[in-house]
Design a protein around this ligand. Structure first.
Ligand code: ADP
Ligand code: ASP
Ligand code: MG
Length: 454
């Protein structure tokens, strides 16, 4: 089924802080209502709720469980208590809270990725129910839509991949016809696999949902409303002197997201770039402050665009004399990693050593380490393995970096006081990446930002 042309349709996505409480939800409702082109609204769970649900899903003792459940209830009831006529919604939220209790008791006995996804999906289910009620209170016709009816994914729980063909078809038959009748309020982050079990797209995945729905509906723009008025030259929490970037290309934004700029989920740009749909990033607290437009082309792309930081990186250094003049050693290492479902991120090699980091982005579980003991045993049968944890990856994002002269001196000249553990430069003209000890990471970013951007 081909996509209907929704020439002026905008998808608006609001993150956790934008639906954190009654006032934030009302500010987000103002943003939605200020633009009649917004026909589909994608929401995250209220701030803090997903973390609490993940903690429950990972199994905890009765006391911690009671604590987390009480916190979730408190966050949602703070909104309900300010609604005018809350009887129906209170019943619906109570039912969700009962489900959460039952599922978390099951998780305390045995955890599973499928159970985790079922449990954490309740955050988005509740925030969307409450937001519909906020709009109804303002006499706006809004419909709650369960995104799992159309967001078909594979069954990699915690980090599911969408089936875009199924999503497009289901969107056309189940969502498109409803757009003419009312504003649609739906969930980010969650989906369902072929058997109907709930899945999630990985932490921060609501941005990705908005972009996927934007593509499926042939939208004219995807608006990401968050707690910062745009994409900055680096995380403003790390370097307060960071400056807003008014326009940035898909390629640059994708590099930033991949290398840790949390403001966009790493996969968000894929559907947008495939379908050439511009993405706007702004603050729901201050929509008048404007934001960043991510699009196909910008005027005069600069050599240095931004700095990104990804924490908690694991570096594996593999040493084997068999590597010397040998063929096929790296293939064996990569095959082993692939069998364990691990993708390699950075890599450097020398005569008898290869050093690589493991890509840890985007999983719903907080259990970040990908290094299982069975993987270590297998690798150790091939070579000597050294593991270093708690490193941070700093990425300088830019344009034609590998063609410019003096980049190395400009970057590393100011980083003299720091230990640089590994450098990757030259494979991509859009980035230069290196690892530093975790405890130095923020100072490294501030130092480099000071010299390259301020
Ligand atoms: P939401 O809940 O709305 O999805 P997130 O917390 O996921 O919001 O993303 C917004 C946060 O991203 C900001 O508060 C900021 O600290 C962080 N961030 C990281 N890098 C950048 C950057 N380059 N520009 C803007 N924000 C960034
Ligand atoms: N609520 C989910 C999370 O906290 C998804 C999102 O916010 O994008 O990761
Ligand atoms: Mg986010």
């Amino acid at each position: 089924m081909s996509a209907t042309n929704n020439n002026s349709l905008i998808i608006a996505k609001f993150g956790g802080t934008s639906v954190a409480d009654y006032d934030a939800m009302n500010r987000s409702a103002d943003v939605v209502l200020s633009n009649p082109a917004v026909r589909v609204v994608v929401l995250s769970a209220s701030a803090g709720v997903t973390n609490l649900l993940v903690a429950l899903a990972e199994g905890c003792n009765a006391e911690q469980r009671a604590d987390s459940l009480a916190n979730i209830r408190r966050i949602q009831y703070a909104i309900i208590d300010r609604l005018d006529s809350a009887a129906v919604i209170r019943e619906e939220i109570d039912r969700m809270l009962e489900n959460i209790t039952t599922l978390s008791e099951a998780a305390a006995l045995a955890t599973s990725p499928a159970l985790t996804d079922e449990l954490v999906s309740h955050g988005e289910l509740m925030s969307t129910l409450l937001f519909v009620e906020i709009l109804r209170q303002r006499a706006i016709a809004a419909e709650w839509f369960d995104v799992r009816k159309i967001m078909r994914t594979d069954d990699r729980f915690g980090r599911a991949e969408p089936d875009c063909a199924a999503l497009n078809e289901l969107t056309q038959s189940l969502l498109q016809p409803r757009l003419a009748q009312s504003l649609i309020i739906t969930q980010g982050f969650i989906g369902s696999e072929a058997k109907g079990r709930t899945t999630t797209l990985g932490r921060g995945g609501s941005d990705y949902t908005a972009a996927l729905l934007g593509e499926a509906l042939n939208a004219s723009r995807i608006d990401i409303w968050t707690d910062v008025p745009g994409i900055y030259t680096t995380d403003p929490r790390v370097a307060p002197a960071a400056k807003r970037i008014d326009q940035i290309t898909f390629e640059e934004a994708a590099e930033m997201a991949t290398f840790g700029a949390k403001v966009l989920h790493p996969a968000t740009i894929l559907p947008a770039v495939r379908s050439d749909i511009p993405v706007f990033v702004g603050s729901s607290k201050d929509p008048a402050a404007g934001g960043t437009l991510v699009c196909n082309q910008t005027d005069n792309p600069p050599l240095f665009r931004a700095l990104a930081l990804r924490r908690r990186q694991t570096l594996l250094t593999l040493h084997s004399l068999n590597m010397l003049h040998a063929r096929g050693f790296l293939a064996e290492v990569f095959n082993t990693l692939a069998r364990h479902n691990i993708s390699v991120d950075l890599i450097t090699t020398s005569e008898v050593n290869v050093a690589l980091t493991l890509d840890t982005t985007g999983s719903t579980s907080t259990n970040g380490s990908l290094l299982s003991s069975s993987l270590l045993t297998e690798l150790s049968s091939l070579c000597r393995v050294q593991v270093e944890e708690n490193l941070s990856l700093v990425a300088l994002i830019g344009n034609e970096l590998s063609q410019a002269c003096g980049v190395g001196k400009e970057v590393f000249g100011v980083l003299e006081p720091f230990n640089i553990r590994l450098i990757c430069y030259g494979a991509s003209s859009h980035n230069l990446c290196f690892l530093v000890p975790g405890e130095d990471a923020e100072r490294v970013v501030r130092t480099l930002h000071g010299s390259l951007f301020e």
